[in-house]
Design a protein around this ligand. Structure first.
Ligand SMILES: Cc1cc2nc3c(=O)[nH]c(=O)nc-3n(C[C@H](O)[C@H](O)[C@H](O)COP(=O)(O)O)c2cc1C
Length: 227
């Protein structure tokens, strides 16, 4: 945990931005659960979904389920491994306000922060948004949360952001089964009991994750802005 001293200016309610990239909606669900808590406290809550518009990948990631799950997933692997950035589009909420807290929702792609989120965090827009602002990181993934969290934290701090806390969620099952379950879902859009003849665990964010997120958001709000 990080010590927090600043808060909103006292003249108005705290203003929070929910900033995320979310291909299947898992990070979005988690951030919205946190957003509900902030809203119930009377805070101003804004949403900013990053759109992945890069011509090299946009088509594959604009449809769900994936048309060809392995080629589609693998299409971003080289760029992920090189830490590349690409073209994205952000809504006006990113530019229109000063925020007291920025909640960053970051799914893992190939063990680290996704290309769209990395692209945002390296942008001039991110520097303007994050400078001297508190941010918290929400990682959602099948298994590999740590490298993603570290990368988001480092990139946001390089832009002048002040890290306050994190929460992460992973999906059940061993490596092979959780991967089969995820790819089954990404390729079909359905929750199935078996894939390639193997019984598979559940995938994606579960109800208990949302409960944990609400508790986390409440505690974060207490620390930052008082009860
Ligand atoms: C291209 C791609 C690569 C992924 N790579 C990983 C990975 O290396 N490790 C992991 O734990 N999850 C990985 N995942 C799973 C995502 O982190 C998981 O599906 C997450 O819930 C997506 O959240 P979203 O719906 O908000 O985009 C990958 C998903 C995609 C689409």
């Amino acid at each position: 945990m990080t010590d927090i001293t600043g808060d909103a200016d006292g003249e108005r309610s705290p203003r929070v931005l929910l900033l995320y990239y979310s291909y299947t909606g898992q990070s979005q669900k988690v951030l919205e659960a946190a957003g509900d808590v902030f809203q119930q406290r009377g805070y101003e809550v804004h949403h900013a979904q990053i759109e992945f518009t890069d011509q090299r990948y946009a088509e594959r990631f604009s449809r769900f389920p994936m048309r060809r799950v392995w080629p589609d997933m693998l299409s971003v692997l080289p760029a992920q491994k090189r830490g590349e950035t690409g073209q994205i589009c952000t809504p006006d909420t990113v530019r229109d306000n000063d925020y007291d807290l920025i909640c960053i929702g970051s799914p893992t792609w190939w063990e680290t922060v996704s290309l769209p989120m990395r692209s945002f965090l390296k942008s001039d827009e991110a520097a303007k948004l994050l400078r001297d602002r508190h941010f918290a990181v929400f990682v959602v993934c099948r298994q590999y949360w740590q490298e993603n969290l570290m990368a988001v934290r480092e990139l946001a701090e390089q832009q002048g952001g002040r890290y306050v806390d994190e929460i992460h969620f992973t999906y059940p099952g061993d490596s092979v089964r959780s991967l089969l379950s995820l790819t089954s879902y990404l390729g079909s859009g359905e929750y199935r009991e078996k894939y390639l003849g193997v019984r598979i665990p559940s995938t994606n964010v579960q109800r208990e994750h949302l409960g944990e997120t609400r508790k986390f958001a409440g505690a974060l709000a207490d620390r930052l802005f008082g009860k």
